[in-house]
Design a protein around this ligand. Structure first.
Ligand SMILES: Nc1ncnc2c1ncn2[C@@H]1O[C@H](COP(=O)(O)OP(=O)(O)OP(=O)(O)O)[C@@H](O)[C@H]1O
Ligand SMILES: [Mg+2]
Length: 237
């Protein structure tokens, strides 16, 4: 049995109203886990709780290693170049000079970013380049668990394909355990080993689907069927 890297157990979270109700799920070592659910159901909140940026009202989260997170918005500092943005976390941890340069180049080249791409300020860079820079900013800290919030949103077809390739490369090379939240099923499902389907707000786990061994057509069919089922149930309440 693979080691469990992230274990979310009976998590409940409410702001002014309940957002997450009795969520239990886990991420196995080396696995790519998808989380899908209707708009506004609580996916980002769940990811923030997984990362330890937010705390559940009830339930618990156990992490076996360092977590890296890439947010839905890129959250790059506009007055710094992409390189400086990527370097920030490492500098905070005291890394300098050649070691810093080497580390940044290692992960940038993995996702297909050059020094010249990284010399740009965020507003001058394409959406795909910014998204990759945000990914590199997380990767350079060498997390054991990677959390991606809607990584393909706002990117054109070419940038999405390029990001998908970069992610595959990272998984092949490092087997990095990853959770991807995405409503873009065509992007997510070819990549994921397993998915959890969440209900409309408040989010509960409606279904867990193991996608391994299914071709893409079957994966899409299976997950769309699950989403339709929960939406029709929500409509009849
Ligand atoms: N800090 C907060 N304070 C109050 N309400 C919040 C907070 N964070 C999230 N919410 C509410 O929780 C609900 C779920 O939000 P969340 O962003 O987690 O959903 P989501 O599934 O990621 O949405 P989207 O599909 O738009 O990305 C929303 O109703 C939102 O308004
Ligand atoms: Mg969200």
């Amino acid at each position: 049995m693979a080691r469990v890297m992230l274990d979310v157990s009976s998590v409940y979270k409410s702001f002014s109203e309940p957002v997450l109700v009795d969520i239990s799920l886990h991420l196995n070592g080396g696995e790519v886990l998808g989380v899908v659910g209707p708009n506004g159901c609580g996916k980002t909140t769940l990811l923030r709780i997984m990362a330890g940026l937010e705390f559940p009202d009830r339930g618990s989260v156990r992490r076996e290693g360092k977590v890296g997170i890439v947010f839905q918005e890129d959250r790059l500092l506009p007055w710094k170049t992409l390189w400086e943005n990527v370097a920030l976390g490492l500098k905070y941890h005291g890394m300098r000079g050649e070691e810093l340069t080497k580390r940044i180049r290692e992960y940038s080249s993995m996702v297909g970013l050059t020094d010249s791409d990284l010399s740009l300020h965020p507003r001058k860079a394409s959406g795909g380049t910014r998204r990759k820079a945000a990914l590199v900013r997380a990767l350079v800290l060498e997390p054991e668990i990677l959390l991606l919030d809607e990584p393909f949103t706002g990117l054109d077809v070419k940038a999405r394909a390029s990001l998908r390739e970069a992610l595959k490369w990272i998984w092949d090379e490092y087997g990095l355990s990853t959770v991807i939240v995405s409503h873009q099923l065509e992007e997510l499902l070819p990549l994921a080993d397993r998915v959890y389907v969440l209900t409309p707000k408040p989010a509960r786990v409606a279904e867990e689907i193991d996608l391994r061994g299914m071709d893409l057509e079957r994966r899409l069919e299976r997950v769309k069927e699950a989403l339709l089922h929960i939406l029709s149930r929500a409509g009849s309440d």
